[in-house]
Design a protein around this ligand. Structure first.
Ligand SMILES: *[C@@H]1O[C@H](CO)[C@@H](O)[C@H](O)[C@H]1NC(C)=O
Ligand SMILES: *[C@@H]1O[C@H](CO)[C@@H](O)[C@H](O)[C@H]1NC(C)=O
Ligand SMILES: *[C@@H]1O[C@H](CO)[C@@H](O)[C@H](O)[C@H]1NC(C)=O
Length: 374
C-alpha cells in the first residue's frame, strides 16, 4: 500500500489539482488518500452528493423563497480536465447574488460547473429516489458577507452556496443553457477557453419556488464541508444535441486527449444524521400537524439536555413551554457566541459551537420523528 501511494505522488511537472480523476486509482474512492489536505473525502460524514429519499425529507415552514438577482453576466467557459467550468468575470456593478431560501448570508455567484454522463441514465451527482439525470448544473457562490473570495470561503464555515439543477432531455431547451451549449465545441480539449456573454443565471433556474436543502460538501477534492446545497424541484431542459456536444469533450489536450470527460460525477455519499429539508408542503391539508404543536408536546416531556459536551452550565432553567424553551436556548447560544469571539483558545471555541449545534439538532430530530407519524 505504502509503495503504491509513494508511486502516486506527483512530480515537479504536475500539481495536485491534476492528480485526481473520476475512475480507477485516482478516482473518488482514493481522493482522501492522495493528499492529506483532502482527508475529508474519506473521513467526512457530511459529504455530497447524496441520494434524496423522498420518504425522508422534512417539511420546514420557516424556509423562505430563494432569491437570485436577475442581471446578465459574462465569463469564461473552460475545460479543466475534470469538468466544464464557467468562471464569471470579477464582479463589477452587475454581480449576481444568491440570498434568502435557506441562506442566512448573501452569496456572490462565481462559477458554474457541468457534470454529465455517457448515457441518459447517468450523469447527475445528486439522485432522487436512486434515479440519476443525464446532467447536473451547479451554480456556485461564496459568502460575501463574511469572506473576501472563493478560496477563503471554501474552507470556512457557511462559506459556499450551491444551487443544483438536474437536467432532463426535452424538446424546448432552456435558452440560457443554450448560450453555454453553443460554445462547448470550443472547449473540447483541456485548457481551452471561450468567452460567454450576457448570460442570465436566474433565467437558467427552473421556474419553481420549491426546493430541497441540506448541508454537505464540495463534490471534488478537498471535499470541504462548507456547502449549503439547494436542489430545485424542477429539472432544467436540455436537448440530445447538447448532450452529444458534452459527450465529445475530452479530459486531455489536443496532443494527448486521454479519454472523454463524460461520467464526471462523484458517487452518492451516506446521509448519516443530516436533516434534508424542503419547503414543499406535502401535507398542507393537515392543519393539526404543525411543527409548533409537536414541539410543544415534545418539550413538555423533555428533560434538560445533558451538559457533558459543554463546560458551560445552562444559564437559564429549562421551562415547559415551547417559546420559553427556545428563548432559553437562544440566550445560552448568544452567550456562548460572545465568549467564543473573545476566546483565543480555538479548541474550546470549536467544542462549544459543536455542543450548541448538537443541542439544536436533537430538538429538530425529535420533531421529525413525531411529524412523520402524524
Ligand atoms: C483570498 O483572500 C485571502 C484572505 O483575505 C487572501 O489572503 C488571499 O490572497 C485571497 N486569494 C485570492 C486568490 O485572491
Ligand atoms: C484522441 O486521440 C486519439 C489518438 O491520438 C485519436 O485517434 C482521436 O481521434 C482523438 N479524439 C479526439 C476527439 O480528438
Ligand atoms: C473579553 O475579554 C476582555 C479581556 O479579557 C474583557 O475585558 C471583556 O469583558 C470580554 N468581553 C466579553 C464580551 O466577554
Amino acid at each position: 500500500m505504502v509503495i503504491v501511494f509513494a508511486f502516486l505522488v506527483p512530480g515537479f511537472c504536475t500539481t495536485w489539482s491534476e492528480w485526481w480523476s473520476y475512475e480507477g486509482i485516482s478516482g473518488p474512492d482514493f481522493w482522501g488518500h492522495l493528499n492529506t489536505a483532502w482527508s475529508l473525502c474519506y473521513k467526512g460524514k457530511k459529504q455530497s452528493p447524496i441520494n434524496i429519499d423522498p420518504r425522508n425529507i422534512l417539511f420546514d415552514p420557516t424556509l423562505k423563497h430563494l432569491h437570485v438577482e436577475k442581471h446578465r453576466v459574462s465569463g469564461t467557459l473552460m475545460n479543466t480536465g475534470h469538468d466544464l467550468k464557467l468562471v464569471l468575470d470579477e464582479p463589477s456593478s452587475h454581480a449576481v447574488y444568491i440570498s434568502e431560501g435557506p441562506y442566512t448570508y448573501v452569496y456572490l455567484v462565481r462559477e458554474i460547473i457541468l457534470h454529465f454522463g455517457s448515457v441518459d441514465s447517468i450523469g447527475s451527482e445528486h439522485t432522487i429516489d436512486d434515479a440519476s439525470y443525464p446532467a447536473e448544473i451547479q451554480i456556485i457562490g461564496y459568502n460575501a458577507d463574511l469572506y473576501g473570495n472563493m478560496t477563503q470561503a471554501v474552507t470556512s464555515p457557511n462559506g459556499i452556496a450551491v444551487i443544483a439543477l438536474l437536467a432532463q432531455v426535452g424538446k424546448r431547451p432552456n435558452r440560457e443553457f443554450d448560450l453555454i451549449a453553443q460554445s462547448i465545441r470550443d472547449v473540447r480539449y483541456k485548457g481551452e477557453q471561450v468567452r460567454i456573454r450576457h448570460l442570465s443565471i436566474s433565467g437558467m433556474i427552473p421556474e419553481t419556488k420549491e426546493y430541497i436543502t441540506y448541508d454537505g460538501s464540495l463534490t471534488q477534492p478537498g471535499c470541504h464541508e462548507t456547502v449549503t446545497w439547494v436542489i430545485m424541484n424542477k429539472p432544467i431542459y436540455i436537448t440530445h444535441e447538447h448532450l452529444r456536444e458534452l459527450r465529445g469533450v475530452m479530459q486531455g489536450d489536443e496532443a494527448n486527449n486521454k479519454t472523454t470527460m463524460e461520467n464526471n460525477c462523484r458517487p452518492t455519499m451516506p446521509v448519516h444524521q443530516r436533516p434534508i429539508r424542503t419547503n414543499i408542503n406535502f401535507e398542507s391539508s393537515s392543519k393539526s400537524c404543525t411543527m409548533e404543536r409537536q414541539m410543544h408536546y415534545q418539550v413538555g416531556h423533555a428533560t434538560p439536555p445533558s451538559n457533558r459536551l459543554s463546560n458551560q452550565p445552562l444559564a437559564t432553567p429549562v421551562t415547559t413551554t415551547t417559546l420559553d424553551f427556545i428563548k432559553a436556548l437562544r440566550l445560552q447560544e448568544s452567550k456562548a457566541t460572545k465568549a467564543e469571539l473573545n476566546s483565543t483558545n480555538t479548541a474550546h471555541r470549536i467544542c462549544s459551537v459543536a455542543a450548541n449545534v448538537l443541542f439544536v439538532c436533537l430538538l429538530f430530530t425529535q420533531t421529525e420523528t413525531i411529524l412523520a407519524s402524524c
